[in-house]
Design a protein. Structure first.
Length: 191
């Protein structure tokens, strides 16, 4: 096992919340819930390169499939902001529902899925049309993970010990996977 020694502390913004690594592994993006920004960190220098403005209280994030757009959940104003990685400019803001938390992108890269633990629903954002629609999903949908190429979406519940398996196109529940405790952050492990 490697020695887990702290080697660098990087000041981003107030209340750093979540981190996402770019597809090429060169940058880390940190959502700063305290001031409505995302900090871009150059990993080779371990320094903040620039900050992007988002909505209020940014938290979880996901990249577009080509890595050119960063989508950020803004809990403070129930929105998703889209930011261009190339120039840091805001591209769009989408309605996310009540109490957004988890976010992921569809297999075709054209839709975003947002879990709303307060609203007990799943928001589907059509990126090109700029529209949002909702599907009831209770209780307390929490974290989301899409496994590319499967057409499925995995959503944990904050209130029940299970993970829903959902069809990405119809948003129908395919099954439930029982777990022990609360399903928090989910990651994909490939064999």
């Amino acid at each position: 096992m490697q020695n887990m020694t702290l080697f660098k502390t990087i000041a981003t913004g107030p209340v750093p919340n979540y981190v996402l690594i770019s597809n090429d592994g060169k940058f880390a993006y940190v959502s700063n819930s305290g001031n409505g920004t995302v900090s871009e960190i150059a990993i080779d220098q371990w320094s903040v390169r620039r900050n992007f403005k988002t909505g209020a209280t940014p938290e979880h994030m996901v990249f577009s499939q080509d890595g050119k757009t960063l989508y950020v959940i803004n809990v403070g104003d129930n929105s998703v902001s889209a930011t261009s990685i190339a120039d840091g400019e805001s591209l769009n803001t989408y309605s996310a529902g009540n109490g957004p938390h988890g976010i992921d992108i569809s297999d075709d890269g054209k839709r975003l899925f947002v879990s709303n633990k307060k609203g007990n629903d799943l928001t589907l954002v059509d990126i090109d049309a700029g529209t949002s629609s909702m599907r009831s999903l209770a209780p307390a949908p929490y974290h989301i993970k899409s496994i590319r190429g499967t057409g499925k979406l995995y959503v944990s519940s904050r209130a029940q010990p299970w993970i829903w398996v959902i069809d990405q196109k119809s948003l129908d529940i395919i099954s439930k996977i029982p777990i022990k405790g609360e399903g928090h952050q989910m990651v994909l492990v490939q064999n």
